[in-house]
Design a protein around this ligand. Structure first.
Ligand code: FES
Length: 420
């Protein structure tokens, strides 16, 4: 009998032992109590892409998980072998990815033996610099989609598009998203089309669950750029965004307003092929349009600071070196950014202008600005570090980091200050 019980006990222990196998390496290790896939991978030396060291902020640790011994099509039965999908995973993963069995490694906890497919780490791309030396491109975090997650829409019982267009819903959604991931800052807006829409571009609101997109281009030819209007900040979605900033500031929230750079805005107003042709043949028309866009954006930033925005997150995704090349960057998009920053420098009230790492490294590599770093005491996340240096009486420029990971703890709380 004793022998029987002993065997029973052994069997019970054996059945609770779970294993995780990583593909393509084939590394296999035991799953400890409370392990996430990320923890298990770290323990057994499997590298998973991550910018936030597993603290659930960057959205880069995507892995595809299935129950060991089952084919792919069982990925959707994951309730039986994985912890349920977290809200943050629903934000970071597309619906297609969820259906295909992708999860965030730092959140998914295996409940049984699992097989985990780990994508190869991204290769470091090198880009030319003013000194002739090649430097690594700034790695974008791609922290999932920036759209309003479905749980936020459900919470307010609102129509999907109302939350993109009406200030009370927009501000409440922003606060709820920040709270759900422990982010000290509320970020606005939820798409990149606000500025282009304010200049008159057609913005399409496709089916629910997708981001607003620019529709038909406003300008078909460079000659039409002379018709570019000024922005009316008292109407439309841009007014609602500024109003959201004010509402959030009134209740004591700290706010990041995302602003697109002049070149990126222009690339949403006309076809890129037409824009590049005009840059070669009718550059004066493009430059005049960029100047007009820049002046309007400076006004937008001034209004945002006046309404209570603490941080402007400035990005020029269409105008960085790896997209348009070093020459056009120096002569057009980078130059516009430097002019804009000079104009913003004297605004009061001020705040922080954080320049997206891709744009800030492009500026530095081309010798258009220089940086120095300041290490802050204590353990902080990126938002805390930015807020620690925040001062409404001046404008400070920072860069070489990603505003998408504001809630991520920093191993070394360092701020890079940009100087023109
Ligand atoms: S490591 Fe998972 S979200 Fe950053």
């Amino acid at each position: 009998m004793r022998l029987f019980l002993f065997l029973l006990g052994v069997n019970r222990v054996e059945s609770s032992v779970r294993f995780i196998t990583f593909a393509p390496s084939g590394t296999r290790c035991r799953i400890m109590e409370g392990d996430t896939v990320f923890m298990a991978a770290k323990r057994c030396g499997v590298k998973v892409d991550a910018a936030c060291f597993g603290s659930r902020c960057c959205g880069r640790c995507k892995v595809r998980i299935r129950k060991a011994g089952l084919p792919d099509r069982h990925a959707r039965d994951e309730k039986t072998f994985l912890s349920p999908l977290d809200r943050r995973e629903r934000t970071a993963l597309s619906r297609r990815e969820i259906l295909e069995g992708w999860r965030l490694a730092c959140m998914a906890q295996p409940l049984t033996d699992v097989l985990v497919e780990v994508p190869a780490l991204p290769k470091v791309q090198l880009i030319p610099t003013a000194s002739g030396k090649k430097m690594p491109v700034f790695e974008c975090n791609h922290a999932g989609s920036e759209e309003i997650p479905p749980f936020v829409i459900r919470k307010f019982g609102a129509s999907y598009w109302d939350a993109y267009q009406l200030a009370p819903l927009m501000s409440a959604a922003s606060a709820l998203i920040a709270d759900s991931c422990g982010d000290p800052v509320c970020k606005l807006p939820f798409c990149v089309t606000i500025e282009a829409g304010a200049f008159g571009a057609e913005i399409r609101f496709p089916e629910q669950g997708h981001l607003p997109l620019p529709g038909k281009y406003l300008f078909a030819a460079a000659e039409e750029l002379v018709n570019l209007p000024d922005i009316d900040f008292s109407a439309g979605r841009i007014h609602e965004v500024l109003e959201s900033v004010r509402l959030l500031h009134e209740v004591g929230r700290r706010i990041v307003l995302k602003v697109e750079a002049p070149f990126t805005v222009l690339s949403m107003l006309m076809d890129t092929a037409v824009l590049f042709r005009a840059l070669r043949r009718q550059r004066h028309l493009v430059e005049a349009a960029l100047t007009k866009i820049r002046r309007n954006l400076v006004r937008y930033i001034a209004l945002a600071f006046a309404n209570g925005a603490d941080i402007i997150s400035y990005a020029d995704p269409s105008g960085v070196i790896e997209f348009i090349g070093p020459k056009t960057f120096c002569e057009v998009s980078g130059r516009e950014t430097v002019c804009l920053l000079h104009e913003v420098e004297n605004l009061r009230p001020g705040g922080i202008v954080h320049i997206c790492g891709k744009t800030s490294t492009s500026l530095e590599y081309m010798g258009l600005c220089h940086f120095d770093t300041c290490v802050l005491p204590g353990r902080r996340n990126f938002a805390d570090a930015l807020l620690a240096i925040h001062d409404r009486n001046k404008v400070q420029f920072t860069g070489h980091n990603c505003i998408l990971v504001t809630a991520a703890p920093m191993l070394r709380p360092e701020i890079c200050f940009l100087h023109l």
